[in-house]
Design a protein around this ligand. Structure first.
Ligand SMILES: CC(=O)CC(=O)C(=O)O
Ligand SMILES: [Mg+2]
Length: 219
């Protein structure tokens, strides 16, 4: 299988939380002393042309624009020094988050699984082979809703950089080709409503757009 079809691999989506200090501050949280991880199932993926569906019981769905790192080689206990050899490419992701469900979970000391992993919670853009990205730690990220800019940041501001993330994650989870690491979001996250259009970009490399819709019961 070709890595450009990573969405079809059915692999892990590993989220990193509070990896930008201004976002941690807007969430009234502190930057963790080691990467804060969560998982989304592969059914979270959607590509352009498919809607973001507000999950049942959610009244505050937020956008979080993020750089996605796509793993190209299987590895466990990867050293920071060799970590970039395990990157196959990059993409742009929206880590859609049911903020009200997440806040409730946080208050009760419960996991974020539903808040982060519901169907359509990971819209992604096209695959960029790593050779096309000169410096993944210097990429502008932006997100607007109905044409109004909400998030503008740079991957230069990540707290834990890609080699650290790969090394840390692989000390717990074997990384496999097609796994995607969501590297955290810059400040400016906010709500979306059914009917909204969420547009996001990664410098001049990727631009993508998704419509928000109510989740309807499937038969
Ligand atoms: C508070 C969060 O939802 C953490 C997260 O996903 C992030 O990008 O930061
Ligand atoms: Mg996030």
């Amino acid at each position: 299988m070709r890595l450009s079809r990573f969405v079809e691999f059915g692999r892990k989506i590993i989220g990193v939380g509070r990896n930008y200090k201004h976002h941690a501050a807007e969430m009234k949280s502190v930057v963790p002393d080691k990467p804060l991880l969560f998982l989304k199932p592969p059914t979270a993926f959607i590509t352009e042309g498919n809607p973001i569906k507000v999950p049942r019981g959610c009244h505050e769905l937020h956008h979080e624009v993020e750089l996605g790192v796509i793993i190209g080689r299987k590895g466990k206990d990867i050293s920071e020094i060799g970590a970039m050899d395990y990157v196959g490419g990059y993409t742009l992701c929206l880590d859609m988050t049911a903020r009200d469900l997440q806040e409730e979970a946080k208050k009760n000391g419960l996991p974020w699984t539903v808040a982060k992993g519901f169907d359509t919670s990971c819209p992604v853009g096209s695959f960029l082979p790593k050779e096309q990205v000169a410096d993944p730690h210097n990429l502008p990220l932006w997100c607007n809703v109905n044409g109004q800019m909400r998030q503008e940041g740079s991957t230069a501001d990540m707290v834990f950089r890609i080699p650290t993330l790969i090394s840390y994650i692989s000390s717990y989870f074997t990384l496999e080709p097609g796994d995607v690491i969501l590297t955290g979001t810059p400040a400016g996250v906010g709500p979306v409503q059914p009917g909204d259009i969420v547009e996001a970009g990664l410098g001049s490399l990727i631009r993508m757009s998704f419509k928000v819709q109510v989740e309807e019961k499937s038969m």
